[in-house]
Design a protein around this ligand. Structure first.
Ligand code: FE2
Ligand code: FE2
Length: 242
């Protein structure tokens, strides 16, 4: 399982495992700060290679925060493994995620249930938790916005297929469109719902004016995040709602 580690921002690293059969990258993000933070645990089956990747950046025992967006194997499948590797760490997800599923059968120990707009400070960096039900998908979904670098850790939003570059300043919206069209015509149709709340949540994300959008699948985009989220909303409306 080839896993590579690349910087995508100041002390922000993308640990990416490419799965050829799916033609898909699974990216985890490690932010190296006084209190290192990992966003998404990755799949349980990828844990050994993700761990090796993280080891090139920090001693895994030093990881202080382990967060994820929603209940899915790529988001939190290796949560227990990471918790055992980093016994001093605190895991977190949305309050709904904690109460409804995570504490019961996913986590080794109780996680911190985050409310909307709650902040985690890791030293230099400040992470705002955003409650985003059903965006990208799942009731318990949340996203994380790092305020000093204006980096939005956006989970499955901006999903791109293929073995793509870690970081780009070219628009990734065509890749997102292609991936959604491919999914819509096969067994993975209706991957992302388009609900009455979708526009409102995307508008809120847009207003954060992110400078960097870091998705779990595909390249991180650096540039005008406001415009990119506008294009994302339009693509989702066209492909998923109509
Ligand atoms: Fe997902
Ligand atoms: Fe995902």
């Amino acid at each position: 399982m080839p896993t590579r580690v690349d910087p995508i921002g100041p002390e922000i690293y993308r640990i990416s495992t490419y799965v050829e059969e799916l033609d898909l990258q699974f990216n985890q993000f490690l932010i190296r700060d006084e209190e290192p933070l990992l966003f998404h645990t990755g799949l349980k089956q990828h844990f050994p290679s993700t761990l090796e990747g993280v080891r090139t950046l920090v001693d895994p025992k030093e990881i202080k925060w382990i967060g994820f967006s929603h209940l899915e194997a790529d988001e939190c499948g290796a949560l227990r493994q990471w918790q055992n590797e980093a016994p001093q760490s605190t895991s977190f997800c949305s309050f709904v995620g904690k109460i409804v599923s995570i504490d019961d059968f996913v986590s080794e120990r109780p996680v911190r249930g985050m409310n909307d707009d709650e902040i985690i400070s890791t030293g230099q960096y400040r992470f705002r938790f955003l409650r985003t039900p059903h965006v990208p998908h799942c009731w318990e979904a949340g996203l994380l916005f790092e305020e000093t670098t204006k980096t939005l850790l956006c989970a499955d939003l901006f999903h791109q297929n293929g073995l793509v570059e870690p970081l780009t300043s070219s628009s990734v919206i065509e890749r997102f469109r292609e991936a959604m069209m491919t999914f819509q015509s096969g067994p993975f149709a209706d991957y992302l719902p388009y609900t009455s709340h979708t526009e409102k949540i995307l508008k809120r994300l847009k207003e954060l004016k992110p400078r960097r959008l870091a998705p779990m699948h595909g390249s991180t985009f650096e540039g005008d995040g406001e415009k990119a989220i506008d294009e994302l909303a339009q693509a989702m409306r066209e492909i998923l709602a109509e």
